[in-house]
Design a protein around this ligand. Structure first.
Ligand code: NAP
Ligand code: ZN
Length: 370
């Protein structure tokens, strides 16, 4: 996913000749109606540092929907989404040392960056000005990037991670975007000596992983949800300690000034000022939901209590490897619904209606795309 203006400009310039590689089949949207159907295209030509892999599974993220519907910024069509990609290596370039044919690997939201700026040099390459998102962007060689709703991909080795052996690939997929998005801002609390009280706002793909990660870090976790529908499963299946319905003033009033942080995953515009009172003094709200319209809050909601609103964009490649390893070490289980590619339009429809527990994962290899 991406939010940079620079990228918007370059994605519009597709009139140059590029070296084409292998022909593949993906599912693409042709316009902002966001209806996907089969689409053949060429991958970019693989170089010495590239990894070519067959896509096995790909998670379905709400950002895919924002981008397919042209909600965040200018999208270029045909657009093949998908940035929670797990694949099996088919071929590696002569300079690739970390991966071999047959390895199970993962790719998240970015496939390139400058490698030279301060962000790139300090393992924050997701914030590089020249970051190349996995799809809907122009790669260094002039080719247009397309995502993991496709039979195969070519990715530079620096943007490929190892999927641990004992982590099933369909379980791993959501960690490559949703998982690392929750992990990156919460990581600062890993070794906290103080007990931490966490709030997870919005219990969807990112939110359910947020609950599992926060619990595995030993936090007391409160889910803040738009309805009562997920109460039982949040408390029993996900192990949350407390569940609040955001529209219920009685429940909210009992939890005022109680949380150290809130991870805000809501994908639509909402009133932040309704949630700031839940934070303790110096509490923080991490915005990760990419609502297309502005969020609202009053200055006094921040000033009184020295509260902080900050944003966070996925995580670095290093953090992506860390969350995969953390998942295995803590024995966590992603809650996914695995479906074939011909279900993808229905999957988006259900995601939009808030009817998924909690992440769709496409069985790409099992969908016989070619
Ligand atoms: P999701 O699975 O659709 O979950 C979103 C959750 O938000 C829902 O389950 C729902 O939880 C709540 N919600 C409240 N109002 C809603 C509404 N009107 N429509 C839909 N959901 C509503 O989405 P996701 O894949 O977790 O992504 C969440 C947001 O994070 C998206 O905006 C996505 O683009 C963004 N994102 C950002 C990053 C980043 O790097 N910052 C990375 C990944 C995703 P309740 O039922 O509990 O209310
Ligand atoms: Zn850079």
């Amino acid at each position: 996913m991406k939010f940079s203006n620079k990228i918007i400009l370059i994605t519009k310039n597709r009139n140059f000749k590029i070296m084409e590689g292998r022909k593949v089949t993906g599912w693409a949207a042709r316009d902002s109606s966001a209806i996907l159907s089969p689409y053949s295209f060429h991958l970019r030509k693989a170089g010495p540092e590239d990894v070519l892999f067959k896509v096995l599974y790909c998670g379905v993220d709400h950002t895919d929907l924002h981008q397919l519907k042209n909600e965040i910024h200018s999208s270029t069509y045909p657009l093949v989404a998908g940035h929670e990609v797990v694949g099996e290596v088919i071929e590696v370039g002569s300079e690739v040392k970390k991966f071999n044919r047959g390895d199970i690997v993962g790719v998240g939201c970015i496939v390139g960056s400058c490698g030279e700026c301060s962000c790139c040099k300090t393992n924050k390459e997701q914030y590089c000005n020249k970051v190349v998102p996995t799809y809907n962007a122009i790669y260094n060689d002039g080719s247009f990037t397309q995502g993991g709703f496709s039979s195969a991909m070519v990715v530079h080795q620096n943007f490929v991670v190892n999927i641990p052996e004992n982590l099933p690939p369909e379980q791993a997929a959501p960690l490559l975007c949703a998982g690392v998005t929750a992990f990156s801002p919460l990581k600062q609390f890993i070794n906290s000596e103080e007990p931490i009280k966490a709030g997870i706002l919005g219990l969807g793909g990112v939110g359910h992983l947020g609950v599992l990660i926060a619990k595995a870090m030993g936090h007391h976790v409160t889910v803040i949800s738009s309805s009562d529908k997920k109460r039982e499963e949040a408390l029993t299946d996900l192990g949350a300690d407390c569940f609040l319905v955001s529209s219920n003033p009685d429940e909210i009033s009992k939890s005022l000034n109680s949380l150290d942080y809130i991870l805000d995953t809501v994908p639509v515009s909402h009133q932040l000022q309704n949630y700031l009172p839940l934070l303790k003094v110096e509490g923080q709200i991490f915005i990760v939901g990419a609502a297309p319209e502005p969020l609202q809050f009053g200055a006094s909601g921040l000033i009184l209590g020295k509260k902080t609103i900050s944003g966070s964009f996925i995580g670095s490649i290093r953090e992506t490897q860390e969350i995969l390893d953390f998942w295995v070490e803590k024995g966590l289980k992603t809650m996914v619904e695995v479906v074939k590619m011909d279900y993808v339009n229905k999957a988006f429809e259900r995601m939009e209606k808030n009817d998924v527990r909690y992440r769709f994962v496409l069985d790409v290899a099992g969908s016989d795309l070619e």
